[in-house]
Design a protein around this ligand. Structure first.
Ligand code: AMP
Ligand code: FE
Ligand code: FE
Ligand code: ZN
Length: 283
């Protein structure tokens, strides 16, 4: 197997703006060997993604991105090849989605106190049934004319250190890794060097996650600069973790395009080797 994979993309099954089929088409157009769909706290897009991948002649890696929290800051754990019927993981995803709704309501209240009037109904209409994320809140703010664009919404209000940010408190990073591993999947620490997450994600946490069963680190995330990539590659190498790369594509809600950063096929083989179920789920 040759070529490379984009191992972290979102669709409209969470806070991306493209369908899983469009992600497959984009992956094929970029000449990728394959892509993973890693929506936030849901695997609902897998079926469509797998069918579209097959139609476009690219491979599909089934994934999700679990929202965990540490000290009020988000820590994202990617899970690949989890059993889609695992009761504990599905129950936790449902709890996380419920928590996302309550948290969005709290953010709407916080924004109101800051003079930004948006309604929960507007936020929900942008999410269209998907797990509610901050990009949906940002979209409602833009639609209400409260901010110029999505970036301004984050920069001035809802970034991790913003005045209207509300954390989720739902799940510890260690427990997230354990849930993925118990569901037969492979756990990878997402974008450890992105933004304020530096404050929550460090090598002490990495050691605890390794203890919990972490297998890889997303050192080659599109938003990492050269220094962050080198730092997290080194940290991964010293712990015998494998390194993945991705765009973290969100359609028009982020600048990254599919295939902007990638993972070598050989690494995807290792990842698959770590999963309990290696055949039917994957492609
Ligand atoms: P949530 O899971 O609701 O906390 O939202 C996380 C999502 O918000 C990420 O996947 C990004 O798409 C987006 N996001 C987080 N921080 C920023 C930022 N500073 N600027 C733009 N988008 C961001
Ligand atoms: Fe996202
Ligand atoms: Fe993330
Ligand atoms: Zn993401």
């Amino acid at each position: 197997m040759s070529g490379s994979f984009d191992l972290h993309t979102h669709s409209n099954f969470s806070d991306g703006t493209t369908t899983p089929s469009e992600n497959a088409a984009l992956a094929a157009a970029e000449g990728l060997a394959g892509f993973a769909l890693t929506d936030h706290d849901t695997i609902a897009g897998w079926e469509e993604a797998a069918a579209a991948a097959s139609a476009h002649g690219v491979r599909f890696v089934p994934g999700l991105e679990l929202s965990t929290e540490l000290g009020g800051l988000g820590v994202h754990i990617l899970g690949y090849g989890v059993d889609p019927t695992d009761a504990a993981l599905l129950a936790e995803c449902e709890r996380l989605r419920d928590e996302r709704r309550l948290r969005a309501q709290a953010m709407v209240v916080r924004l109101g106190e800051l003079g930004i009037d948006i309604t929960m109904a507007a936020v929900e209409s942008h999410a269209a049934g998907a797990p509610i994320g901050r990009p949906h809140v940002a979209a409602a703010m833009v639609a209400a004319g409260a901010v110029e664009d999505l970036d301004a919404a984050f920069e001035h209000y809802i970034a991790d250190d913003g005045p209207a940010y509300v954390s989720k408190h739902a799940l510890s990073p260690e427990r997230g890794v354990e849930l993925i591993v118990a569901a037969g999947g492979v756990a990878v620490l997402a974008h450890p060097g992105v933004g304020r997450r530096h404050a929550a994600v460090n090598v002490e946490l990495l050691d605890r996650l390794v203890e919990a069963g972490l297998a890889g680190v997303e050192a080659d995330h599109a938003a990492h600069d050269a220094a962050a990539r080198a730092y997290w590659r080194g940290a991964a190498r010293r712990r015998d973790l494998f390194v993945t790369g991705s765009s973290d594509f969100h359609g028009r809600r982020k600048e990254a395009r599919i295939g902007e950063a990638t993972t070598a096929a050989a690494v995807v083989d290792i990842l698959r080797g770590h999963a309990r179920e290696k055949e039917t789920l994957w492609w």
